[in-house]
Design a protein around this ligand. Structure first.
Ligand code: AKB
Length: 341
């Protein structure tokens, strides 16, 4: 018999680490198998059952997973983030899109063998939005899921297309077959704002100025923001991101009226973040040296997003507003992390 497991791809990223810790702390969870091209940091190893070092583009590897495990749920986190993706658009497409198709196909096969749906939890991003100009961004009400979805980055295009792929696999897979069958993919997607973790630094994102500012101050290093002080987008502290992923995964399917849900916590400008950081780390040196390319990307992301659908369908509510996120989670945990107290 193949053991029943939960699979996490891209497990060595900051969302992966957070999710592994949460699943480890929960009771009665199936064993966790993680897959990451870089392996898993050694301090995380004791928290998972099996680590596979490998590429989601390696179909032989996915076939092996097929034969060795009965996968009940897939958290498909593997992706190249927005800044990295801009430098390598074709690679971004391969990893972010082909990688996702490979995993969706794995979910279809798994579901056939199991005779039950496979949950497919997919993090998307505010990068799917594309505000045409700053005046529109400033005037816009919090954006619902389907407004202004005209991304300007390859990463945003990839994420938006993968949301559609999820919808296709969930609702329209093989619609022309003589006897159409359901794919068995129970696709569920949260659109995240910029995430900030006290324990890990993101790599290759464009919302990274917020965590970079904070981590630099905690380390006593100067920081130059690559966006203007007035730049504003939505953010979320990592514990709430975990809460969103796990609550959506646990929600009864019949309560979900859509497949893609915005989730958000608070919106702050770079200057507001710098002010909080300087209050907590007096003497922190934070300057601004906006780089036009990355500035344009963040300017194309909305100031606020509307997460009413998630609140209504699966009772989503963040635990951390800006005040709590910084004063009760980020600052104390970061102090502990870098300064030991
Ligand atoms: C990035 O900056 O690429 C990510 C995101 C907003 O999805 N943090």
């Amino acid at each position: 018999m193949r053991p029943k497991v939960t699979l996490i791809t891209g497990a060595n990223g900051e969302v992966g680490h957070g999710l592994i810790r949460e699943l480890y702390a929960m009771k009665d969870q199936p064993p966790v198998v993680v897959l990451d091209i870089r392996g898993l940091d050694s301090h995380m190893e004791p928290l998972v059952d099996t680590t596979i070092v490998g590429d989601i583009l390696d179909e032989n590897l996915l076939d092996t997973l097929m034969s060795e495990y009965e996968i009940e749920a897939i958290f498909h986190l593997a992706a190249l983030l927005s800044t990295h993706s801009e430098f390598r658009p074709a690679a971004a497409h391969r990893v972010n899109v082909q990688g996702t198709i490979n995993l969706l196909q794995l979910a279809v096969e798994q579901s056939r063998w199991r005779g039950e749906p496979v949950k497919f939890i997919f993090p998307s991003s505010i990068a799917v939005y594309g505000m045409p100009d700053l005046a529109t961004k400033a005037a816009a009400a919090p954006l619902e899921e389907y407004a202004y979805t005209m991304p300007t980055t390859i990463y945003g295009c990839n994420k938006l297309y993968c949301e559609h792929l999820g919808r296709y696999y969930a609702n329209h897979y093989r619609q022309l077959a003589t006897t159409p069958e359901e794919s068995g993919v129970d696709f569920r997607c949260v659109r995240f704002p910029g995430l900030i973790s006290a324990l890990t630094m993101p790599t290759g994102g464009t919302s990274d100025y917020a965590p970079e500012m904070l981590h630099a101050a905690a380390k006593g290093e100067p920081y130059e923001s690559f966006v203007r002080p007035d730049t504003e987008i939505p953010f979320m502290a990592m514990p709430d991101a975990m809460k969103a992923l796990l609550s959506l995964a646990a929600a009864p399917r019949d309560q979900l009226s859509q497949l893609v849900y915005n989730v958000t916590s608070f919106s702050l400008s770079a200057e507001e973040i710098a002010t909080i950081v300087q209050e907590e780390f007096p003497g922190a040196q934070i300057g601004y040296a906006p780089t036009p390319g990355r500035q344009n990307i963040v300017d194309s992301w909305p100031r606020e997003i509307d997460d009413r659908a998630a609140r209504q369908d699966w009772e989503w509510a963040p635990d951390y507003d800006a005040e709590r996120a910084f004063r009760e989670y980020l600052i104390p945990t970061i102090r502990q992390h870098y300064q030991g107290g």
